[in-house]
Each structure stands twice: as structure tokens, then as C-alpha cells.
Design a protein around this ligand. Structure first.
Ligand code: HEC
Length: 133
């Protein structure tokens, strides 16, 4: 009996531990390249994909249906009135446009939740004529 109880306890502890790992590693759902950019430009200090931190969760930003260009613009020129209840974000003008755009594309891609259908539509269908040399 004692042994069974011990096993049960251990299982429970393991399960709890697994949950804790998830809770403590909220960066797990950030792709490595985005994680690198978010760390480099400190976005990570205030943003997570699925969780409100200092700033809004990126999924919630994605739900606003901004264009990628608009998000880039908002990174450079935040509009705090878009987010009542949050402190104003500092303008992040040090982020090169190219990286800002990568982040914007990723942020927008997070709003796939409802419609899991491919949004890839021909963005990468560049004609493959590379074989001709
Ligand atoms: C010091 C904290 C902080 C940092 C660092 C930070 N943000 Fe924010 N961000 C916020 C807050 C707070 C808001 C909501 C208020 C606002 O928009 O001013 C926000 C809003 C946003 C929005 C939504 C804009 C809108 O008007 O809807 C985007 C997109 C965004 N941040 C992207 C980024 C990116 C990309 C970086 C890194 C280059 C970054 N943020 C760095 C705190 C931060």
C-alpha cells in the first residue's frame, strides 16, 4: 500500500513538474530566429506570443489585423492609445527595417488560431529557374 501511494505521489509530482516547466519557459513557443531578434532588440522583456507581459501578447496584436508595414511603423512610432491600460511603449527606432519586418510577419502569423488553413498562398512560389546554369 505504501508503495502504491509513493508511486502515485511521484506521478503527481512529475505531472506538476511538467506543468511548471511550461509555465517557466514561456519562450518555448518562440521560434529560434525570432527569439534571437526579440532578445537582441529587448522586445522579449515586454512581449510574449501568447501572454500579456508589460506589453500585449503578440496574438492580440495579430488580432488587430494590421498590415505588416503598419506593425513596422508601430514599432518605430508606437501609439499607446491603441492599448488602454498598458504603459506606453518606447519607440524602437534602433531596429533595422529588415528585422522589424521579420518580427511583423511573425507577429501577424500568430493569429492563425481560428483558421488553421494555410496562409502561405504563393508567397514563396518564386519561379524555380535555378537549375539553368
Ligand atoms: C519596455 C517594454 C517594451 C519593449 C522593450 C517593447 N515593447 Fe512593444 N509594447 C509595449 C507596450 C507597453 C505596448 C502597448 C502600449 C503601446 O503600444 O505603446 C506595446 C505594443 C506593441 C505593439 C502593438 C502596437 C499597436 O499600436 O498596436 C507591437 C507590434 C509591439 N509592441 C512590438 C514590439 C517589438 C517588435 C519590440 C522589440 C523591437 C517591442 N515591442 C519592444 C512594451 C514594450
Amino acid at each position: 500500500m505504501k508503495k502504491l501511494f509513493g508511486t502515485l505521489l511521484a506521478t503527481t509530482a512529475l505531472t506538476v513538474a511538467a506543468f511548471n516547466v511550461n509555465a517557466q519557459a514561456p519562450t518555448a513557443d518562440i521560434p529560434a530566429d525570432m527569439n534571437a531578434l526579440m532578445s537582441k532588440y529587448t522586445c522579449i522583456a515586454c512581449h510574449r506570443p501568447n501572454q500579456r507581459l508589460v506589453g500585449p501578447a503578440y496574438v492580440d496584436v495579430a488580432k488587430k489585423n494590421y498590415s505588416n508595414e503598419k506593425i513596422v511603423d508601430l514599432i518605430y512610432n508606437p501609439v499607446p492609445t491603441n492599448w488602454p491600460g498598458y504603459p506606453p511603449m518606447a519607440a524602437m527606432k534602433q531596429v533595422p527595417k529588415e528585422d522589424a519586418m521579420k518580427l511583423a510577419v511573425w507577429i501577424n502569423s500568430l493569429d492563425d488560431t481560428g483558421k488553421k488553413t494555410s496562409t502561405k498562398k504563393s508567397t514563396t512560389t518564386k519561379k524555380t529557374t535555378t537549375k539553368k546554369s
